[in-house]
Design a binder for this molecule. Sequence first.
Ligand code: SF4
Ligand code: SF4
Length: 374
Amino acid sequence: MSKVLFIRQENYNQSEIDSAVLRAFDHFGGVSHFISKGDKVLLKVNLVSGHDIERRVTTDPSIVRAVARLVIDAGGTPLIADSPGIDSFKSAAEKAGFMAVARELGIECHELTDPVELPSHDGADFHRIQVSKYVIEADKIISLAKLKTHGQMYLTMGVKNLFGCVPGRLKAGWHYNVGLNREKFASLLLDIYMGVKPDLTILDGVIGMDGDGPTSGEPYNFGIIGAAVDALAMDMHLCGMLGGKLEDYPLYMAAKKRNMPQCNIDPSNVEGDIDSSHVFSGVKLPKTRSMRLLPHIPFLDRLMTSKPVHIPELCIGCGRCAAVCAAGALKHKDRHLYFDYGKCIRCYCCHEMCPVKAIKFRESRLVKIVNMIR
Ligand code: SF4
Ligand code: SF4
């Protein structure tokens, strides 16, 4: 199984970040091993939607800057890109600090648009997945992921970052098509990951997020930068290091079903400043669904999964939650939300897109009981 590197990095001081990022490249053979003169290099950041840097939702611009500079020095042409769930790309990328990096270095920063079919691979569960043409046209892809918890998928790290290669509203369509089955959604993520095949993944875990991630949790100072050629291997190691149970992690369950070697976690593959026995203390992980004690049982799905609820006193009435709901399960009028829980597929996109944390999760009775006995 391929190697995973963790570098201790406690802050976003640019010169320290530059050294850490260079060390990550050097560990896997050096920048020239990845980038050749004339390469178009896609830097797939984690943008999600428009959030200020301090919320720690998005990849920190210092890491984007460090990688972009190395690509330029190696003779490549970097493109900073992602596809936000709902916001205009420009304003979201401005808030996240990516536009400033692009202006400073004279490089492009734009949205992943123009869907084209991703070539499928042997053993794929999903075919005819459409990703942006910029993903297909890139000579190299460097994924700049963020370390966060995720209400629907438990954790979002290297593999999940690539879901943003699917342009705009097509993402919501996949949520709707897959429905409540998280393992199936994880299988889709695996197919996207294996089709996109990033050349290197660098994970921003300097300050990530725990709790109600990926947008409404709290910043957590993990103090690490991760790097791997195989992002799935890195994600598998990190689950335990965050105090999580692999059986609760849909990505692990989906990969295990496919007998993927990354599921045989070997601590000797972790190199760098911390080893895989390290457990970050007190990380709050989502309890929106028990994968471990309650596997996927279609007719019990809604009972086993927390539902989104509105916190009216925090609501600013923007309507983004209803606009993003692919299931048509949410209506918004005058700062009131009307959920149709019979239609709701528990994708939590409404929660993810709310700018003011006005949508929370309410555990179902069954989930509460399961979480009590875990
Ligand atoms: S109401 Fe929220 S969680 Fe339910 S389907 Fe719509 S966006 Fe997803
Ligand atoms: S719940 Fe959030 S996203 Fe929905 S209308 Fe209120 S503030 Fe906007």
